[in-house]
Design a protein around this ligand. Structure first.
Ligand SMILES: [Zn+2]
Length: 480
């Protein structure tokens, strides 16, 4: 960290970086971009970073994420669909969680199902993570698989409790690690799930070049925002954070340093509000001077939301979260209302194979659209919806271009956009997703993402592996 003891940010010189096609040096001072030119001479005591002729971009903004849920998932990963769809993804999820934990901490995963990831026993788990106790809960909730260290820790591996009913053994009489109906017994012997680690989330997003996020959780109480505000104040979350909150918080101000975003309204199959309620919530948000962000993932859900907007009217900044199915007739109404859509291109990759199997064929061509929306003049912002999607926006960018599922099947290729356009989904400001691109200019906040190569090269195969350095208000995040 490059803050002096007084908390002021010392100045920093980024040498040989490419800004909008121009090779320049960039001076960052006191949290903002102080100068752009070439050459700039280092001031006495100034930190100099060699940019290696890599592209310097505004930091990425993820327009829809859930920070606390992501932090929880980081330490106790959900290893069922849609996060994990096969054995390889199970491996990745468990190993990733392993690296996020401290020495000796238990790794607990939930949501496992053998039909997705294959059969699991202590030996397979040992091969994945050997150095710490691991417990994996079956989707049913009533079965667990423990690795050898975990079995030893609870006294089940040749220990005093090995003969308990519910402890499975193979033909050779060995404890397999599969336990049934022992939740209460295990609960008394295993440590409780670890507290969510928001600092790990902050570091991870920083490594992706993310300098801002909009937390789209429809929290019902300001207390729910406390942990995020505290983590942001400590610097554990170095990103600029905009929060939504549900209709009950329409008139409330979030705790500093969180910025107030739109009011989040949920129109879901499991929570379909009445038309009158929706109209009332939209009206109340607008009265408080706030736009709304309406969760719409089905065709009827979008139609219901549009009917409510017909009656309540539209405020600049009103937006549709997901817009998972937008057929042409509804698209025209979205455009006519001037509504924004915040999409998750990454779902095409992560959930696409399931969509191809399960979504109504009539809806498939209109699934997670992007290009058709932009062509209709609808502002489109990009997001990951992590932890429900992978938190790496570069994966979403690559998928917005490729439109392929994990198994490689094309899905809605007519909705593909050019790589620059896909990147732009993440370069707009939190209050105008899909609006004007933020730029690297003198006077702008030094929220920056330095790549290790020219932009054209990176966009040939978009990947967060190209993020060399992220600056949060001029302060360096962890180096990649
Ligand atoms: Zn969400």
């Amino acid at each position: 960290m490059w803050a002096d003891p007084g908390g002021r940010r010392v100045s920093l010189l980024l040498r040989d970086v490419v800004v909008e096609g121009r090779l320049v040096d960039v001076r960052v001072s006191d949290g903002t971009i102080a100068a752009i030119g070439r050459p700039l001479d280092p001031a006495p005591g100034e930190e100099v970073v060699d940019g290696g002729r890599g592209a310097l971009l505004p930091g990425l903004h993820d327009h829809h994420i859930h920070l606390v849920a992501l932090a929880a998932a980081e330490r106790a990963p959900f290893v069922g669909p849609p996060a994990v769809n096969d054995g390889d993804q199970l491996t990745v999820a468990l190993r990733r969680a392993d690296t996020a934990l401290g020495d000796g901490e238990w790794l607990g995963a939930i949501g496992y199902h053998e039909s997705v990831s294959g059969p699991l026993d202590r030996w397979r788990l040992d091969a994945l993570v050997e150095t710490r106790p691991v417990r994996v809960q079956h989707r049913s909730g009533a079965e667990w698989v423990l690795n050898s260290r975990a079995l030893a820790a609870v006294g089940l591996d040749g220990g005093e409790h090995s003969d308990r009913p519910g402890v499975e053994r193979d033909e050779a009489g060995r404890v397999t690690g599969r336990l049934r109906g022992l939740d209460r017994w295990l609960g008394d012997r295993m440590p409780p799930a670890p507290a969510p680690d928001l600092a790990a989330v902050g570091r991870r997003l920083s490594r992706y070049g993310v300098t801002g996020v909009t937390d789209a959780t429809p929290v019902m109480s300001l207390d729910d925002l406390g942990p995020v505000a505290a983590a942001a104040t400590r610097g554990d979350l170095p990103q600029r954070i905009t929060v939504t909150g549900g209709p009950r918080l329409a008139t409330a101000a979030p705790p500093a340093p969180l910025a107030r975003g739109p009011v989040k309204l949920v129109v879901a199959d499991y929570a379909q509000p009445a038309h009158a309620d929706l109209v009332r919530w939209i009206g109340a948000a607008h009265e408080a001077g706030r736009p709304v962000a309406v969760h719409c993932v089905t065709r009827p859900g979008l139609a219901l939301a549009l009917a409510a907007w017909d009656e309540a009217g539209v405020l600049a900044g009103d937006r549709i979260e997901h817009g998972s199915v937008v057929p042409p007739d509804l698209r025209a109404r979205v455009a006519a209302h001037g509504l924004v859509i915040v999409t998750q291109p990454g779902f095409v990759l992560e959930r696409g194979d399931r969509y191809l199997a399960e979504v109504h064929p009539g809806d498939l061509p209109h699934l997670y659209p992007c290009r058709s929306l932009i062509e209709a003049g609808i502002p489109v912002g990009g997001s990951t919806d992590a932890p429900f999607g992978h938190p790496d926006p570069w994966r979403a960018i690559a998928t917005a271009v490729e439109r392929r599922t994990i198994d490689g099947a094309p899905l809605g290729v007519r909705e593909a956009v050019a790589p620059e356009r896909a990147l732009a989904l993440f370069l707009t400001s939190p209050d105008a997703p899909g609006g004007m691109l933020r730029r690297v200019t003198v006077g702008a906040p030094a929220d920056l993402c330095l790549l290790d190569a020219p932009l054209s090269r990176v966009l040939e195969e978009p990947s967060s592996s190209h993020v060399a350095l992220t600056l949060h208000e001029g302060v360096m995040g962890p180096r990649n």
